[in-house]
Design a binder for this molecule. Structure first.
Ligand code: HAS
Ligand code: CU
Length: 549
């Protein structure tokens, strides 16, 4: 499957470029505030000097979390998957008229949310647990961003529908299928956070209802808060399945197996949120067990991915003369920064995934919950598997969008190696600190209970963070120079990988999403309805707002 090779500034490319610019601005803000976090951990309290702008550690942490995990990811994904879908279908998206209005809806929402965030009126961290209360504009702004993602889903669904009518009996091209499944999964999953915003946070922050219910809010938050991590991960899998095998010089091992993995994510991503609430009182142990059980279920599509992607990489490496059980790995085209960054991301994700299983095991969760271990876990997942892969993707995407060659391959390779190395130091140290009981979300430079063994390790967090910051700066430099100073090139193109098996081997029932959506809805209702009903009818909604900053 080879898509058109048009590069340069076409209307579609411009829209994707606009999403990318917002995403990159957010990432920039996220890594700068990340450096401050790392320095604070490393023993330098930088916040007094930052007072005119960043009022406190917690203000900086809120900005860092929101920009990186909510904005960088969401805007990148909306731009990337609309682009991928149009290219895979070989046609512009069905409702072209939706493109820019949705972008502006999301960007307007983002600006609305960013104002109180920057002004220290939304220092509630990215989970915004009540009774902490932010300014209403923060909640309304984020709700508009979510509403925008639903409209992107509508556009993708209609585009695939149009394609299917024109190609009866054929399987939806894999990249378009995966993009659609990602957005359909997220749309169902985001109903929890939408309900939290519309019925609880927005009216409460506007003073329309007298109080709130922290446990209900946390439950609705994690209803969406777990699957959002797969909303970030699945676009990465789109790249690992449909683009990386070709970059490696091989073929995707199995197209039907890739589809099966995405359908399992559609089915299992949402009914697992209680694994973030093992320590919350007021949720039955039986329901926590059920969610933990399903969490081990949603582990399997990642195992399928591991097998499929490793096998595809191996086919490429062997085609380049790779030999042996493991030595083939060295024959991957390591000089390609897009591939190198994403293979590093895969390697780090192996450890992030194993850590996830430890988190999901209720008994072990008790010793890691709310410790620095969790911070280590999510920097390996969203900060490495996702972010480093997105960086690798931009190394071909920005040249395609701008019609210019990547400014410096060498710099891009150095950047990928630095992120890989910096993240190993950074996240390994945080995992260790977590097992030593160091809490997360805590201004370590100020705690009266600092332990000597934490103090000995904390500088490594600062060093890892500084390496990550340096890597990010090289990344921004390279992209800026590509957009503004690199020579034009007509050769920049996106080519999807062929599959050794499929797509015609994929059974037709895998291409019809409605039954899968229905099954997923049933599972979600089973996993959540009894608890949400009980919380709604038996627990109080009169808790007062609490401001700690
Ligand atoms: Fe997680 C907490 C469990 C995946 C993100 N997670 C978090 C938080 C974030 C996050 C942000 O059960 C903190 C939220 C907060 O602020 O409180 N997580 C899991 C499990 C998985 C998992 C079971 N998490 C992710 C992903 C994330 C992410 C993905 C972001 C993108 N997580 C938890 C739990 C908690 C949690 C609990 C709550 C903890 C607490 O107490 O608060 C699984 O999906 C992981 C499955 C993945 C694998 C890896 C497969 C490897 C692959 C790479 C292929 C490699 C290749 C190269 C091809 C099993 C696919 C290798 C080449 C060779 C030659 C070897
Ligand atoms: Cu989770």
């Amino acid at each position: 499957m080879t898509a058109g090779s048009e590069s340069g500034i076409t209307p579609e490319n411009r829209l994707t470029g606009a999403y990318l610019i917002v995403a990159l601005i957010a990432l920039f803000g996220g890594v700068v505030t990340g450096l401050f976090q790392g320095m604070n951990y490393g023993g330098h309290d930088v916040y007094p000097a930052l007072q005119p702008v960043i009022k406190s550690y917690y203000h900086g942490l809120s900005i860092h979390g929101v920009l990186n995990v909510l904005v960088w990811t969401t805007f990148f994904i909306c731009g990337f998957l609309q682009f991928i879908t149009a290219r895979a279908l070989g046609a512009p998206l069905a409702v072209r008229a939706l493109g820019w209005p949705v972008f502006w809806l999301m960007t307007g929402g983002l600006i609305l949310a960013a104002i109180p965030l920057v002004l220290n009126e939304a220092t509630v961290l990215f989970t915004f647990y009540p009774p902490l209360q932010a300014h209403w504009a923060f909640y309304i702004g984020l709700t508009l961003v979510v509403a925008g993602t639903w409209l992107v889903m509508v556009n993708l669904a209609m585009s695939v529908g149009v394609w299917k009518r024109g190609h009866p009996g054929q399987r939806t091209p894999l990249p378009a299928f995966m993009s659609l499944v990602t957005f359909v999964m997220w749309t169902m999953a985001s109903l929890g956070i939408a309900a939290e915003m519309l019925f609880m946070m927005i009216p409460w922050s506007l003073g329309l209802i007298p109080g709130t219910n922290p446990l209900m809010a946390r439950t609705l938050f994690w209803f969406s808060g777990h699957p959002i991590v797969y909303f970030w991960l699945l676009p990465v899998y789109v790249s690992w399945y449909t683009i990386i095998p070709r970059q490696a010089g091989g073929r995707l091992f199995s197209d039907p197996m890739a589809r099966a993995s995405f359908l399992l994510f559609l089915l299992l991503s949402t009914p697992v949120g209680f694994h973030h609430q093992f320590t919350d009182p007021g949720i039955g142990e039986d329901w926590k067990f059920f969610h933990a059980f399903l969490t081990f279920g949603v582990f399997f599509p990642s195992l399928l991915t591991f097998f499929n992607v490793v096998s595809s990489l191996e086919s490429g490496a062997r085609a380049h003369g790779g030999k042996g059980y493991f030595a083939w790995f060295l024959k991957l085209p390591w000089g390609n920064p897009s591939l190198a960054a994403q293979v590093f991301a895969m390697l780090l994700f192996c450890f992030g995934g194993i850590g996830g299983l430890i988190n999901a095991s209720a008994a072990m969760n008790l010793s890691v919950h709310n410790t620095a271990w969790i911070v280590g876990h999510f920097h390996l997942t969203v900060g490495a598997a996702v972010t480093l892969s997105f960086m690798g993707i931009t190394y071909w995407l920005v040249p395609v969008l701008s019609g210019r060659r990547l400014w410096s391959r060498g710099l891009a390779l150095a950047q990928a190696w630095l992120w890989f190395g910096g993240m190993i130091v950074f996240s390994n140290t945080l995992h260790r600190l977590g097992t030593m009981g160091m809490p997360r979300r805590t201004m370590m430079s100020a705690v009266p209970y600092m332990q000597p063994e934490w103090k000995a390790l904390l500088p490594l967090v600062g060093i890892g963070g500084a390496i990550l910051f340096l890597s990010a700066m090289l990344y921004f430099l390279n992209l800026a120079m590509t957009a503004w100073a690199s020579p034009a090139s007509a050769e920049e193109r996106l080519e999807f990988a062929e599959a050794a098996s499929g797509p015609e081997d994929a059974p037709a029932f895998m291409d019809r999403l409605v039954p899968w959506v229905a099954a997923s809805a049933v599972l979600i209702v089973l996993a959540y309805a009894p608890t949400i009903y009980r919380l709604a009818t038996e627990t109080p909604f009169n808790i007062q707002a609490f401001r700690v900053w």
